[in-house]
Design a binder for this molecule. Structure first.
Ligand code: GLY
Length: 306
């Protein structure tokens, strides 16, 4: 059964991916095409052009792609001036012996693969970033900015609008292959060079067509410490139900007592056609998109808790 699961931010590209899956397209190609639309949509304020910059006002994108049939992975982190960035992660998977490129090297590879150098800082994001930064800095810091220590600012200006989101797509295609694609601009006002979980295989995403696939949104600093997506797929391999596999991952997250602790949303599917989306610790209602080939149209549903 063909299916597609994605988080609420997926709305600009979800239908595109559904149509490609309906037409027999490969899951990864269909998801990369859908996510490209999310990345170009300025109204999505956590991914691509609509996202927020890092602490010094630069956009840095993260993305990951995994084919659950081959377990091939491509990922890029802290990439400047590049959209669509999930497509760049897919190029890494297809054309390099490596799994991940970051920063200037990723941008160099983007040029090699024919990606334009884009102006990726939306004027509204720039305005909000600068207004917020001015409020947080002393006159001395402001005068010397950006040649100041940034770490002292990170506790006060980390994620001023609680934007730690991402877009994640998980699909089962006509060949019964499972795959995952992720993309994000990362936390707003992150320290330059910070990678979230979206490009980290095993943390922000994982897929194995024999068992299942998982992807996470929100606080990557937690899922990276727990290897959350890999935990879920390994638990499925060990015979857990999807419900119990996700429960195990939530237990692991809840065992963290130090460091930055906040919300995580887990999205998971299994090879039998089940899906589960769980909101861990986020106070706001979390919604997600779901479609499978038995349905007339995609539905926006509400995530549960464990
Ligand atoms: N999960 C997105 C991030 O941590 O950047």
């Amino acid at each position: 059964m063909r299916m597609l699961l994605a988080n609420a931010e997926a709305w600009p590209g979800f239908d595109t991916t559904v149509e490609l899956l309906k037409n027999g397209g490969a899951g990864i190609d269909a998801m990369v095409a859908g996510i490209a639309k999310v990345e170009r949509e300025a109204k999505v304020r956590s991914v691509g052009y609509g996202g927020w910059p890092n602490m010094i006002g630069d956009m840095e994108f993260d993305a990951g792609v995994m084919d659950g049939t081959t377990r091939d992975v491509g990922a890029v982190g802290a990439v400047p001036a590049t959209l669509p960035v999930a497509a760049l992660a897919h190029e890494v998977m297809k054309h390099l012996p490596h799994v991940m490129l970051t920063g200037a090297g990723a941008r160099r590879f983007a040029t090699e693969r024919g990606f334009a150098v884009d102006d990726t800082l939306h004027p509204d994001s720039k305005r909000v970033w600068w207004e917020r930064l001015q409020k947080e800095m002393s006159p001395e810091q402001l005068a010397a900015f950006p040649d100041i220590p940034l770490a002292p600012l990170s506790n006060t200006i980390t994620d001023p609008e609680r934007v730690r989101d991402t877009t994640v797509f998980l699909a089962r295609d006509a060949a019964e292959g499972l795959g995952v694609v992720t993309s994000t601009s990362g936390w707003a006002w992150k320290y330059p060079g910070r990678l979230g979980d979206s490009p980290i295989v095993g943390a922000g995403f994982y897929a194995d067509s024999r068992y299942g696939a998982a992807a996470c949104t929100h606080t990557g600093e937690m899922t990276m410490r727990c290897g959350t997506s890999r935990s879920i797929v390994l638990a499925l391999r060990l015979g857990y139900s999807l419900e119990d596999a996700v429960k195990l991952a939530v237990e692991e997250l809840s065992e963290l007592k130090t460091g930055f602790l906040a919300g995580v949303v887990i999205h998971a599917i299994d090879a039998k056609g089940n899906h589960k989306v769980v909101n861990y610790r986020n106070e706001e209602e979390i919604r997600y998109w779901y479609w499978d080939e038995r349905m007339a149209a995609p539905e926006l549903r509400v995530a549960g808790t464990i």
